[in-house]
Design a protein around this ligand. Structure first.
Ligand code: DX5
Ligand code: ZN
Length: 214
């Protein structure tokens, strides 16, 4: 069954502890934290202090997506604050392999994210250092954007490249009940959804409906 990771970017920050606590009870498999540095993406969101404050309210693994130019400065802080899965971007101008090794050495699962314009093949050099690949189906930076249909084939390509390795495929951006079935059929293991879940009248039902996709 596909796993669901609600993105708190669409939650109510005025009561974030309550929001994450409820979303865990409502069936979330992970809680997804979108960290934006105002540089790699134009938007700014939050840092490790916010994660540390709400971590006691979270009963599932925390999935942190670092949309940052210099993640090496914050890897340790995010893992100390409670990140269980930590994903960096392939497009940064850094030694990605050593950052992935550092994440694992600190006890978290290591992830690599590719933007819509980045080819699937770019993950090849890192396959031995990865626990998950995060495929963006919107331009990173904002919640609530439209799903890019033409990225479906990239999910299939990534799945082929992964082969029999134990690496999860997460898909992020524009996921809802209309777009998710093709994403699941293409091979996604985890669906990240912000607006669709947090703006739903019934969040528990929204999560359940995504999980039921076969
Ligand atoms: C975009 C973020 C996503 C986003 C998803 O930069 O990485 O996680 O919050 O939001 P929706 O599901 O609303 O597209
Ligand atoms: Zn994200």
């Amino acid at each position: 069954m596909v796993k669901i990771a609600p993105s708190i970017l669409s939650a109510n920050f005025a009561c974030l502890g309550q929001e994450v606590s409820e979303i865990c009870q409502q069936g979330a498999d992970f809680v997804h934290f979108d960290v934006m540095d105002g540089h790699f993406v134009s938007n700014l969101s939050f840092g490790p202090m916010v994660l540390k404050s709400v971590k006691p309210y979270i009963t599932v693994p925390v999935d942190v997506h670092l949309m940052m130019t210099n993640p090496e400065k914050y890897i340790e802080a995010f893992i100390a604050a409670g990140a269980n899965r930590l994903t960096i971007h392939q497009e940064i101008d850094e030694d990605v392999t050593s950052l992935l090794q550092q994440i694992r050495a600190l006890g978290a699962k290591a992830g690599l994210c590719i933007k819509p314009s980045t080819e699937a093949e770019k993950i090849i050099p890192y396959l031995d250092f990865l626990d998950l690949v995060l495929i963006m189906t919107v331009e990173p930076g904002f919640g609530g954007q439209a799903f890019m249909e033409d990225k479906l084939s990239k999910i299939t390509q990534v799945k082929e490249l992964i082969g029999t390795r134990n690496i999860d495929i997460e898909v992020d951006g524009g996921i809802n009940l209309q777009t998710a079935p093709a994403v699941v059929h293409a091979g996604a293991d985890v669906l990240i959804a912000g607006n669709y879940i947090f703006k739903a009248q019934d969040r528990k039902e929204a999560i359940q409906l995504l999980k039921e996709i076969k």
